[in-house]
Design a protein around this ligand. Structure first.
Ligand SMILES: CC(C)(COP(=O)(O)OP(=O)(O)OC[C@H]1O[C@@H](n2cnc3c(N)ncnc32)[C@H](O)[C@@H]1OP(=O)(O)O)[C@@H](O)C(=O)NCCC(=O)NCCS
Length: 168
């Protein structure tokens, strides 16, 4: 079976409350990570229709501070499916109260693995990207998977074909 990224789209909208902020009154990084993990987990589950676990957080960019009171929207979508693992991209936006203009503040890239009831990795559907952005994220996902496996000591850099092609 082949699915599309939009079938996994997960949108979480919530406010930033005072108890979720750092001493500057901006959203605490760990709180944002928890929200990202939750959104990605749901997207991974929607794609695979299996139990999913976080395998790695490959990248998080805290580009802009998110002030208390902000309305924060997270949009998570599976960007690529491998055998049992999936890469999920989560984009984080805030919106202006009056103009409703949206500003992208952060993004994260997570890897989830689908498992059976014993926790053993299990096969998932493949994915077919449709939009330009989905295609770009799909194409570059294998590099990120190889980098993540190298950093976690699960892959010998010599076997990282995609990274070799990139760095020579
Ligand atoms: C994630 C987990 C299921 C992987 O199990 P494993 O025994 O390493 O299984 P495998 O080596 O067969 O890897 C399974 C898949 O995960 C991928 N994977 C494992 N670690 C990875 C990492 N650090 N980065 C990217 N992909 C990873 C493998 O490449 C493989 O992908 P594929 O099947 O799509 O080719 C296992 O490590 C686990 O249960 N970890 C705990 C998860 C958890 O509790 N998360 C919440 C943290 S609080």
């Amino acid at each position: 079976m082949v699915k599309t990224p939009k079938e996994s789209l997960t949108i979480l909208t919530d406010m930033v409350l005072p108890g979720e902020t750092n001493p500057l009154g901006n959203l605490f990084g760990g709180e944002l990570l928890a929200r990202m993990d939750r959104a990605c987990s749901i997207a991974a589950q929607r794609h695979s229709r299996k139990i999913v676990v976080t395998a790695s957080v490959n990248h998080v960019a805290f580009n802009k501070a998110v002030p208390v009171g902000s309305v924060v929207t997270l949009e998570a979508k599976v960007s690529r499916a491998f055998n049992s693992s999936m890469e999920i991209y989560v984009d984080v936006w805030i919106e202006d109260r009056e103009s409703q203009k949206r500003t992208k503040v952060n993004e994260g890239i997570y890897t989830f693995v689908a498992v059976d009831k014993t926790g053993t990795p299990t096969k998932i559907p493949q994915i077919h990207p449709e939009t330009k952005l989905e295609k770009e994220r799909f194409e570059s996902a294998l590099r990120r998977k190889q980098l993540s496996l190298i950093l976690s000591g699960k892959m010998n850099p010599k076997d990282a074909t995609e990274l070799k092609a990139l760095f020579g």
